[in-house]
Design a protein around this ligand. Structure first.
Ligand code: SF4
Length: 445
């Protein structure tokens, strides 16, 4: 169990020297106990105290990395139950299953399909992270052959799923350098799986039906020398899975219960293809480190990745585009000019509708600290002066002949002031971006 603030205090130098940036050693100890400080901030702590305090200063949920290179997946090391308290740091890894008992053609087709599940949303590329290769054939040589094919033709990280240590050993002989997640250890095979994970220096999943059994297994596996552990509570019941994920997160953060202080992996029960994604989205929000789905159609995966993109943004920092003048299509000095704010969602919605109008246009993204049009207007971050300055900075006067500016219908109230400030003719556009194509075709000649 983690140490209390007073227990930590007894191990500190007690000189109140303030080198750690806190007024007293006691204040530092209290913050260390609450995971709000790091032990390295105190330069005078003794080696003996360091080893005793190591556990207290460790993150409540261990960071586990899977794979190598650019697509390495990092899970764990979260500090809060609710993202509005701080933010969630390491996005849930999305994995798609691939069974080794598919025939050659079906296997390669599904592998290629999984590899190509990439989308662009609000200017960011989003894609899945892992392929979960399943040893459903039960055949070690088949599993190895398939692991070789996956390893040689994917940029994604891998999960190797087999209960057989022979299959696992054989597959790892050819892809251990990719540092796949080994899935997995259970009450029967934990010793052999822990030995394999330790030898190959790969992370290991631990599976059990209850949290008590999971905690018991992680202690045994840690004792065997494996520290990169991922928890998997086995269940086909959605409610039970969500309860398990929540209890694990609570036990780690609120009770500092080290045996459950690891990230989690969750399988999504089979069923209706829409329901599968709805369930996976719920697990992603609370609190799966990795969610494994069977779905591999773009219409299923994109919503799941969209949920992840939304959950793992910092709620205190709106996603922004650079405030500047953007060109959509082959613009020239006669092209229409619209403005909106630099809130990503707003900007890309407007950009999409301008593209749909098929009329090349300039979009001036006015800097409003990433807030939407109405929010910026209400907070006085969007007014005639701000718009005028953005137009000057973008040198609109030198680029455009017609001197007409289309403004969002939501801030029609600013039209006279903007006109007076900029000396441009102001045209009030639609209130919703979806009205832009019709508006442009009707009003822009
Ligand atoms: S730096 Fe160390 S000794 Fe100095 S006040 Fe902080 S905790 Fe105490």
């Amino acid at each position: 169990m983690a140490l209390t603030g007073l227990e930590i205090f007894k191990l500190l130098p007690k000189t109140n020297c303030k080198k750690c940036g806190r007024p007293t050693c006691l204040a530092f100890a209290m913050q260390l106990a609450q995971k709000k400080a790091e032990l390295k901030d105190c330069p005078d702590v003794s080696e003996e105290a360091k080893s005793k305090l190591g556990e207290a200063s460790a993150p409540p949920i261990k960071l586990v990395t899977i794979g190598t290179g650019e697509k390495q997946v990092k899970i764990g090391e979260e500090n809060v139950l609710f993202r509005h308290d701080e933010k969630f740091y390491n996005p849930t890894g999305v994995a798609i299953t691939l069974s080794d008992d598919l025939d050659d053609k079906a296997f390669t087709e599904r592998l290629n399909k999984i590899n190509n599940l990439k989308f662009t949303r609000v200017g960011t590329e989003i894609e899945i992270d892992l392929i979960a290769l399943q040893n459903n054939s039960g055949d070690a040589s088949k599993f190895t052959e398939r692991a070789k094919e996956v390893s040689g033709s994917t940029h994604l990280s891998m999960i190797l799923e087999s209960k057989s240590d022979d299959s696992m050993k054989a597959a790892l002989e050819i892809c251990a350098d990719k540092k796949p997640l080994i899935h997995g250890a259970n009450a029967e095979n934990w010793e052999s799986m822990a030995n394999i994970a330790k030898e190959k220096n790969c992370p290991l999943t631990v599976s059990a039906h209850t949290l008590e059994d999971l905690a018991d297994l992680t202690e045994k596996i840690k004792g065997a020398g494996v520290t990169k552990i991922v928890l998997n509570q086995i269940s086909e019941n959605i409610k039970e899975i969500l309860q398990g994920l929540t209890k694990i997160r609570r036990a780690a953060l609120k009770k500092a219960f080290r045996p459950l202080g690891f990230p989690t992996l969750t399988f999504t029960p089979n069923g209706d293809p829409c329901q599968e994604i709805a369930n996976a989205s719920a697990f992603l929000a609370k609190y799966a480190g990795i969610v494994v789905v069977n779905a591999c159609e773009p219409w299923q995966i994109m919503p799941l990745l969209t949920v992840r993109q939304n959950i793992f943004t910092d709620p205190q920092k709106p996603v922004q585009v650079e405030p500047k003048l953007y060109e959509v299509g082959q613009v020239d000095e006669n092209s229409p000019v619209l403005f909106t704010t630099n809130f990503s969602l707003t900007y890309y919605t407007v950009e999409g509708e301008v593209e749909a109008s098929r009329i090349p246009a300039y979009i001036l993204a006015v800097g409003t600290e990433g807030t939407s049009v109405l929010t910026a207007y209400s907070g006085d971050k969007l007014n005639e002066k701000v718009v005028g300055k953005a137009m000057t900075d973008a040198k609109l006067g030198e680029k455009i002949k017609h001197k007409k500016l289309i403004i969002p219908g939501l801030v029609a109230v600013l039209s006279a002031k903007i006109q007076e400030e900029t000396k441009w003719e102001v045209l009030v556009g639609p209130k919703e971006a979806s009205g832009l194509p019709a508006y442009m075709k009707t009003n822009w000649h």
